[in-house]
Design a protein around this ligand. Structure first.
Ligand SMILES: [Zn+2]
Ligand SMILES: [Zn+2]
Length: 254
């Protein structure tokens, strides 16, 4: 059984065939999926979706792209949403320096949501795009190691991985692991302790080989698992069982 720990199944790109997408995931052996939120409004949509399916769980939170909308009441409203029984994490939160989102707002929302995760005892899902140093520094300063979480769509080198592992974080690998130019990501996936690795799609984005250039979907997490098994020199069923157990342990899913 596989666990896609990061997907955006609520995305409008799935509006026309969401039922079929879910069926294909289940047929591919994907028994659990975590739908990750990007804004307060999106968190509500995500909760409405995961309520309908026993194999879906949720993370609620405000992505750096929406950090400018953070206001005095957001913390309390998110805390209410996070009490939903299917919420297993706060996310995705972090810093994104690829796009021109206002930096000060990004830091404010990121720091506040780490505090929320600590208050609620929930792990966090980290989005880090071209912001490695600042992300790890904020995690360290805010005591994020107390709750841990997933460094989603891992993109750093081994030195950064060591710092995240020391904080108690898991490394999330997705489609980018399979892209030819990403040898640095593969090096981390080879060296990281196997009990600290989880897999994801980030669908509809970042499809793995051989689906590049098309819409990604949770069924394709199987390609990530197969690729990772090959990379680690492990039998596929053993690798699949281990990374699924890792995600269930971190996200407290029985
Ligand atoms: Zn992300
Ligand atoms: Zn995402």
């Amino acid at each position: 059984m596989l666990f896609d720990t990061h997907c955006h199944l609520d995305h409008s790109k799935f509006d026309e065939d969401r039922t079929e997408v879910l069926e294909r995931a289940r047929a591919a052996g994907v028994g659990l999926m975590m739908v990750v939120s990007t804004s307060e409004a999106n968190s509500r949509q995500v909760l409405a979706l995961v309520e309908q399916h026993p194999d879906l769980y949720a993370a609620v939170g405000v992505h750096p792209s929406d950090a400018a909308a953070w206001d005095e009441g957001t913390y309390a409203r998110l805390r209410e949403l996070a009490r939903h029984p299917k919420v297993r994490a706060i996310g995705e939160i972090g810093l994104d320096y690829y796009w021109d989102y206002p930096r000060e707002a990004q830091f404010r929302a990121f720091r506040a949501q780490i505090r929320l995760a600590r208050e609620l005892g929930l792990p966090i899902v980290i989005h880090d795009r071209d912001a490695h140093e600042d992300v790890v520094r904020v995690l360290e300063e805010e005591g994020a190691g107390e709750v841990g979480g997933i460094m989603h769509c891992w993109s750093g080198d081994w030195a950064l991985a060591e710092r995240c592992l020391a904080l108690g974080f898991y490394l999330g690998f997705g489609g980018t692991l399979t892209y030819p130019r990403n040898e640095a990501i593969r090096e981390v996936a080879r060296r990281a302790p196997i009990d600290r690795i989880v897999i994801e799609t980030d669908s509809p984005y970042l499809p793995p080989v051989p689906h590049r250039g098309r819409r990604n979907e949770p069924a394709y997490v199987r390609h990530v698992a197969e690729f990772l098994a090959e990379l680690r020199g492990m039998a596929y069923p053993d690798l699949a069982a281990l990374v699924t157990a890792n995600a269930k342990r971190l996200l407290r899913i029985p």
